[in-house]
Design a protein around this ligand. Sequence first.
Ligand SMILES: O=c1[nH]c(=O)n([C@H]2C[C@H](O)[C@@H](COP(=O)(O)O)O2)cc1CO
Length: 138
Amino acid sequence: MKIYFAASIRGGRDDVDVYRQLIDHLNLNNQVLTEHIGDYSLSVAGQNQLDDDYICNRDMSWLAECDLVVAETSNPSLGVGYELASAERLHKPVIILHNAKRSQLSAMIAGTQYFDHIFNYSNIAEAFQILDRELPSI
Ligand SMILES: O=c1[nH]c(=O)n([C@H]2C[C@H](O)[C@@H](COP(=O)(O)O)O2)cc1CO
């Protein structure tokens, strides 16, 4: 499966270690299109060697191409919110992973009926278990 992994960049990079581990886990049996999100050297400035319109067009075409969106939402991010709304518009399956110890998920995501695969987790092993349980039924 081609997976669009969405997580914070300019919203803050505190959870990059979680993103890297989730991407590596998903890549065991799938292809993650957005590997750069788990790059430790990518700062809060984002991919600033690229134009913002290039980043946006590239990511929207990856979103159109993917079979599944996995979003890690614990660190709030405008970009991830936009990607989730776009995934709904494109009728893509979405899995949302959220660590409630880090933040409360926006009502605009938690309250959208389309997002019916929202999972709270408290450690990375639990997140892996959720993905391993949910992915086969996508
Ligand atoms: O440099 C970037 N590259 C990139 O692919 N994105 C996309 C992928 C992420 O899932 C999402 C992060 O949005 P934000 O930067 O607003 O936190 O936007 C976002 C940026 C910077 O906004």
